[in-house]
Design a protein around this ligand. Structure first.
Ligand SMILES: Nc1ncnc2c1ncn2[C@@H]1O[C@H](COP(=O)(O)OP(=O)(O)OP(=O)(O)O)[C@@H](O)[C@H]1O
Ligand SMILES: [Mg+2]
Length: 406
């Protein structure tokens, strides 16, 4: 009785068939899930419950099972399909077992309709897929945004680089402009001083000459004429400096090497200085034999004159200026040493610039061109110049240049 109730009320379809596959018995739930009336399936082939295209294969399975029947659990992973009376297919799980009655094999199929579960599964799958595609979408959006960001970044970097370049250019231009302005103001202060003094001297001498018309005034007149001549020479010298610097700058000057005795040139120049400026002791020390040189003689004369006249100009009367010459390797070394006012340390780095004058020489005449010209000569001759200076102790300039122009 209990078993009967179990059969009648089971929520699992139960179908009993014989060896031939004919349905012998179904419980109400089986009829219900397959869409048949109660008892309507009896006497039909089990294959009516199988989708048409699988029926042949099912017959084979059935025969195999009969040969070696054993209980078989529900196979959920098999993806089995069954058909209803109306032909619609639905997913099932089937487990099989068997028994014998009156020597006949009877096969019991338990059929579980898993439509709902499949639907839930599908829904879950779709949800997962949905979720996945959403994640993908977001990831893509994110990576797009990142790419865009990096592009923007690149653009920004480029812009920064461009800006820096322009900035550097502008700074360079400003620097040039500043330099030029500096040069201009140095020139103006030099010119106003250097031109005005001799011109003023000329003017006053001329005025004084006019005051001495008599013959016996001749010595006085002569003194003023000499003054005028000196001032004019001064101005001429400055203009010559300008001109030679201009030529040097335009690269119009080439050195013309000649063979000469450098030792003798230095001696001669020292003698000239002694004649014109008796206020210093000029000492010349040659080391080793006389120095033969194959270089531009005029440039060297100019160079030595510039250095010695500086040494005299910037050292007190009565002090000694020492000129040394020596040979070192293929080079000739010239040293000019004074015991003068020296060069303030902060001014030293500008010394070879045009029109530059240190701040401790404002009461001494000069254009600030001499050393610039010397430096340019040395560039042409392949030599170099260095100096050591100690304020109020003295300065030593050292020139090193090849004895032969290559
Ligand atoms: N022997 C020195 N002792 C001290 N200062 C010096 C000496 N030689 C050069 N200087 C400094 O270097 C500056 C530049 O010298 P540079 O010979 O170029 O010009 P300058 O002597 O002023 O004028 P000039 O064009 O008439 O020679 C000088 O104004 C001076 O300040
Ligand atoms: Mg000078």
């Amino acid at each position: 009785m209990t078993f009967r109730a179990l059969f009648e009320h089971s929520s699992l379809g139960i179908i009993i068939s014989n060896e031939e596959g004919t349905i012998l018995k179904t419980n109400p739930y089986a009829s219900k899930i397959f869409g048949y009336d109660e008892g309507e399936l009896l006497g039909k082939e089990v294959e009516v419950l199988i989708p048409p295209k699988l029926r042949d294969r099912h017959v084979t399975y059935r025969h195999d099972y009969i040969k070696d029947p054993k209980p078989r659990a529900m196979g959920s992973s098999l993806n089995l399909q069954a058909v209803k009376k109306d032909g619609s297919a639905f997913p099932v799980e089937v487990s099989l077992t068997f028994f014998r009655a009156d020597g006949m094999l009877q096969i019991v199929s338990f059929v579980n309709d898993i439509t709902e579960r499949k639907r839930a599964e599908t829904a879950l799958l779709r949800l997962t897929e949905d979720l996945e595609s959403k994640v993908n979408e977001r990831t893509k959006e994110l990576s797009d945004a990142l790419r865009e960001l990096s592009l923007t970044n690149q653009g920004l970097n480029q812009e920064m680089a461009q800006r820096k370049k322009v900035e550097a250019q502008i700074r360079g231009m400003l620097e040039k402009e500043k330099e030029l302005n500096e040069l201009k103001s140095r020139f103006v202060s030099m010119a106003s001083h250097e031109f005005r003094t001799p011109l003023g001297g000329i003017l006053s001498s001329a005025a004084l000459i006019a005051k001495y018309p008599k013959t016996e005034d001749e010595p006085k007149r002569e003194k003023h004429v000499q003054n005028i001549k000196k001032s004019v020479r001064n101005l001429t010298n400055i203009l010559n400096d300008f001109l030679s610097l201009d030529k040097l700058e335009q690269g119009k000057v080439a050195s013309t090497p000649v063979q000469f005795n450098f030792t003798r040139l230095v001696d001669d120049l020292a003698e000239e200085f002694r004649d014109t400026s008796a206020k210093h002791v000029i000492e010349v020390l040659h080391q080793g034999p006389e120095l033969a040189m194959f270089q531009d003689k005029e440039m060297l004369r100019n160079l030595v004159t510039n250095l010695v006249s500086n040494a005299l100009k910037y050292s007190p009367e009565g002090s000694t200026v020492t000129i040394r010459t020596a040979a070192r390797g293929g080079d000739i070394v010239l040293e000019v040493e004074d015991r003068g006012i020296g060069i303030p340390p902060e001014d030293q780095k500008h010394l070879f610039e045009r029109f530059f004058r240190a701040k401790n020489v404002t009461n001494v005449q000069g254009t600030g061109l001499g050393l610039n010209i010397v430096k340019r000569y040395l560039d042409l001759l392949g030599g170099r110049i260095e100096f050591k200076s100690e304020p109020n102790q003295g300065t030593t300039f050292t020139v090193t240049l090849p004895s032969e122009k290559k």
